[in-house]
Ligand binder design. Structure first.
Ligand code: 8YV
Length: 314
């Protein structure tokens, strides 16, 4: 008999097909009555497949008494109740490395899009404003500017390499200095913001980083500064961000992530100095395919009693 797994969120067709071949798959996101589905399959479920944004809460983990493994289609584990998983000795796997390049590319893309007003320029052409009004307003240069990276992990390092090609002066903040990295370490986030043209968030989400980019940090980044976030919306005080952008005390923002996805503060829709993406930094066929392979291979390894490929170390 095939093992039974619960999928909390959909994945690309290739992954769905592989999982449906190997397992009896119960799809929580399709259920009109989530509690009803959970109750009806609870004792059969041995594995869960979820993603980085939705994760899995302690209530669902606790509802599945025979759960052995949670395979996450993403690298961030902030939405997974790790405390409950650990207590119940449930393995957790993630998809590190395979998405790093795409997330770093997105940070660069948002930086250029917000600074050079790419989305506004596109509208300017399509709305015939170019023909009617002439040249669009001048924008701001990227090359040679100062970048402050918040969290020099895998994505932060990949980003720093890309920024070097733009002759940018790269500094970072993190829990400590990383002696093997050539970039300047600035322990204080507000100081980093004050000395940056672009503050780029690539840190992990979770209680430690929650609302770390607060009103003071945004004020320090200032009216000529730009905030880029490709990490987690929870890291930024979103109310303070909206207020700073509306007041013009923050220059611009390029955002792929939000505090309460998929809900985005409507106030942002009116602002020309903001570029918005629907949490899609790893959303390329290439990344998602490799992430899917890891989901499938980790689950296969687990049910074959083999070592996991990319276990999350608690
Ligand atoms: C994904 C992510 O967009 O890796 C993460 O933590 O947030 C993203 O790569 C997400 O997991 C897929 O829905």
């Amino acid at each position: 008999m095939k093992p039974e797994i619960l999928m909390i969120a959909p994945m690309m067709p290739k992954v769905m097909n592989a999982l449906e071949t190997a397992y009896t798959v119960h799809k929580l996101w399709e259920a009109a009555d989530r509690q009803g589905l959970l109750a009806s399959v609870a004792t059969s479920i041995r594995g869960v497949a979820t993603n980085g944004s939705v994760g899995i809460g302690g209530d669902v983990i606790n509802a599945l008494p025979n759960l052995e493994i949670i395979a996450c289609y993403g690298v961030g584990v902030d939405a997974i109740d790790l405390v409950t998983a650990k207590v119940k000795k449930i393995s957790v796997t993630t998809t590190p490395d395979v998405l790093t390049a795409d997330v770093a590319d997105m940070a660069v893309g948002l930086m250029i899009a917000s600074s050079r007003r790419l989305v506004r320029g596109d509208q300017y052409v399509r709305n015939l404003e170019w023909a009617q009004k002439g040249e669009m307003p001048l924008t701001s240069r990227v090359t040679g500017k100062r970048a402050g990276i918040v969290g020099l992990g895998r994505v932060g390092k990949a980003l720093a390499k890309r920024l070097a090609a733009f002759e940018m002066q790269v500094s970072y903040t993190d829990v400590g200095a990383q002696g093997d990295q050539p970039y300047s370490f600035v322990p204080d986030l507000t100081e980093l913001a004050r000395d940056s043209d672009f503050l780029i968030v690539t840190a992990a989400g979770g209680p430690i980083s929650r609302k770390m980019v607060n009103g003071n940090v945004l004020a320090a980044l200032g009216a000529k500064g730009t905030l880029i976030n490709v990490a987690r919306g929870s890291i930024v005080d979103e109310d303070a961000l909206v207020a700073a952008l509306e007041a013009g005390t923050l220059g611009a923002a390029g955002l792929d992530v939000f505090a309460n996805e998929p809900n985005v503060p409507e106030a942002l829709f009116k602002l020309e100095n903001v570029v918005l993406m629907p949490h899609h930094s790893s959303g390329t066929i290439e990344s998602r395919s490799l992430m899917g392979d890891l989901i499938v291979e980790n689950l296969a390894a687990h049910f074959a009693g083999q070592p996991l490929l990319t276990p999350f170390a608690f």
